[in-house]
Write a protein that binds this ligand. Structure first.
Ligand code: HEM
Length: 476
């Protein structure tokens, strides 16, 4: 009786699965217009309650641990891919400790060392790639950015030894692991299907590569570069148990997988947006010349702060193209929705979609326009009510301080106890990739228009439809 309205559908079980799956943001907006901020739809037989707007974001993302549960939903997909005893294959308190161990390695000092590594990977990639021979050409850009993302992330986060393996065995193995993340696996994760067999084989093989590396490092007594693996190898849980090798290995997989899809999708969108707006790509180039010098010296971590438009490009692209469109939670006790008469029963799943508030005209004038300049204070499109996170009240769930409220309309990295720990790394990685590509290339759409391609929602993380072909030209 006190349940939210149910989205109309013709068939039981299937419910709204198809219309939701084809275009989740459109599904949310259309039903928000019909039913309001809180409504339920049938997703593969499951009553799924969507809570939109800033209050909906707050309700779900800052839900109490006794009310909401992430691991119950995600474990079927993530555990076969990452391996046992990490992330969603353990109690939430253990995940909070693991997030702390991972975050410790993501310091300013570490980022300072990452920028030259990432810049160098980008330059080398384009020098070597047969697709960028000559002065100009056309290319399907997303697969290129996927490679650049994995090369830069693995080199920065896991060291040169692991990075070099991505030229051979690891690339295919990670591809097989990836197949475990297809949405059909929400239902078929257990099935002895060919792609699941490859996933399981890849998980064992990759985990063994990391465990052999850990063993070799320990035997050598290596403290060398204090990278993430080093930090994890030397971390101890609050109960006094040192992190076992298999958990270190599984966290290494989780870190790379968590970042790969979101960063590679975001960098692809950035390049496609720049191809649709060559004038902004020129502005980015001029910004570097003006702020860093006409000779464009090797890029440093400090330089990134001197390039506000370069930063805004990432921020604005994540506003319109957040790779995670749906964040899900199981309901553990009946949850009254504040300000409404609704109570969400434990038989429902909750779904948060912060992308909806990030494209709400109430907060973002001309929300559908990709306008990196809107992040400048005097822009006519400047957002309202997007708070500066530094000024907000903080809370510690066990992995460092995060904003207490989730009421900002702009939350591409989530909020609360499950909030992203990779935000700073992603920013450093993306800003460095963009800055280096801008130094080397001019992009435009093949037909010279300002069109942008549609979104592929068929995989768990949304990304550009392919082929997404752009025209490139080298700068002299
Ligand atoms: C969690 C987005 C990059 C590691 C999250 C969540 C979001 C997100 C929305 C919350 C998920 C939820 O509440 O269920 C993004 C975006 C990225 C990005 C948009 C890039 C543009 C990264 C990178 C790493 C990473 C590079 C690793 C270095 C994690 C981890 C969690 C997380 C460990 C915690 C999961 C949890 O506590 O349940 N991310 N992420 N992410 N992300 Fe990211």
């Amino acid at each position: 009786p006190n349940e939210p309205p149910l989205v109309f559908h013709w068939f039981p079980f299937i419910g709204s699965t198809i219309t939701y799956g084809m275009d989740p943001p459109r599904f949310f907006k259309e039903n928000r217009a019909k039913y309001g901020d809180v409504f339920t739809f049938i997703l593969l037989g499951k009553k799924t309650t969507v809570c939109l707007g800033t209050q909906g974001n707050e309700f779900i993302l800052n839900g109490k641990i006794r009310d909401v549960c992430a691991e119950e939903i995600y474990t079927v997909l993530t555990t076969p891919v990452f391996g046992k005893d990490v992330v969603y294959d353990c109690p939430n308190s253990k995940l909070m400790e693991q997030k702390k161990f991972m975050k410790v390695a993501l310091t300013t000092e570490a980022f300072r060392s990452y920028v030259p590594i990432i810049a160098d990977e980008v330059t080398t990639y384009f020098k070597k790639s047969p697709d960028f021979k000559g002065q100009s050409g056309t290319v399907n850009i997303p697969p290129k950015l996927a490679q650049i993302t994995i090369f830069t992330a693995s080199h920065a986060l896991q060291g040169k030894e692991i990075r070099d393996k991505f030229d051979e065995s690891l690339a295919d193995l990670y591809h097989d692991l990836d197949m475990g993340f297809s949405p059909v696996n929400f239902m078929l994760h257990w099935a002895p299907l060919p792609w699941n067999k490859r996933r399981d084989h890849a998980q064992r093989t990759v985990a063994k590569i990391y465990m052999d590396t850990i063993k070799a490092r320990r035997e050598r007594g290596e403290t060398g570069s204090q990278d993430i693996m080093y930090h994890l190898m030397n971390s101890t849980y609050k109960n006094g148990v040192p992190v076992p090798d298999h958990e270190v290995a599984h966290m290494m997989i989780a870190l790379l997988m968590a970042g790969q899809h979101s960063s590679s999708s975001t960098s692809s969108w950035i390049m496609l947006r720049l191809a649709s707006r060559p004038d902004i790509m020129e502005e980015l180039y001029e910004e570097q010349v003006r702020s860093l010098g006409a000779d464009l010296p090797p890029l440093t971590y400090e330089d990134l702060a001197k390039l506000p438009l370069n930063q805004a490009i990432v921020k604005e692209t994540l506003r319109l193209h957040a790779p995670i469109h749906s964040i899900m939670r199981a309901v553990k006790s009946p949850m009254p929705v504040p300000g409404t008469k609704y109570v969400i029963p434990t038989s429902h799943v909750l779904l948060s979609a912060p992308g909806v508030s990030a494209t709400d005209p109430q907060y973002f004038p001309n929300p559908e326009v990709w306008d990196p300049h809107r992040w400048e204070p005097d822009s006519p499109n400047a957002p309202s009510l997007v708070r500066n996170e530094q000024d907000e009240e903080k809370i510690d769930y066990g992995y460092g301080l995060v904003s207490k409220g989730a009421s900002s309309p702009y939350l591409p990295f989530g909020a609360g106890r499950h909030r992203c720990i990779g935000e700073q790394f992603a920013n450093v990685q993306l800003q460095t990739i963009v800055a280096m590509i801008v130094r080397m290339f001019k992009f435009r759409n093949v037909d010279g228009s300002d069109k942008v391609i549609g979104t592929d929602y068929a995989s768990l993380f949304s990304r550009p439809l392919e082929p997404a072909i752009i025209y490139w030209e080298k700068r002299d």
